[in-house]
Design a protein. Structure first.
Length: 83
């Protein structure tokens, strides 16, 4: 999910050179304790994403495995939601 967030930031703001996403979770909490993006050295809070485990599972459609396509083309690229 961190990769998806970083790619979205880079697509929305083409002038950005570097993005690092930080997500920190703890057992027993639905939302991350930390959800920040460091964009060209500036810290920004991540908003607009459901970062709960259920939200990530739903967004990336992890309950619908696509083993054949992933194995054939690799997990980066080939039109997957996580790019």
């Amino acid at each position: 999910m961190g990769r998806r967030i970083a790619v979205d930031i880079l697509e929305q703001r083409p002038e950005v050179q570097e993005v690092m996403v930080q997500l920190a979770y703890a057992i027993g909490y639905d939302q991350p304790l930390q959800a920040t993006a460091i964009v060209d050295g500036e810290h920004e809070f991540i908003k607009g994403y459901d970062l709960s485990p259920k939200g990530i599972i739903n967004f990336l459609e992890l309950r619908k495995p696509i083993f054949g396509e992933t194995a054939g083309f690799g997990h980066m690229g080939a039109g997957f939601k996580w790019k």
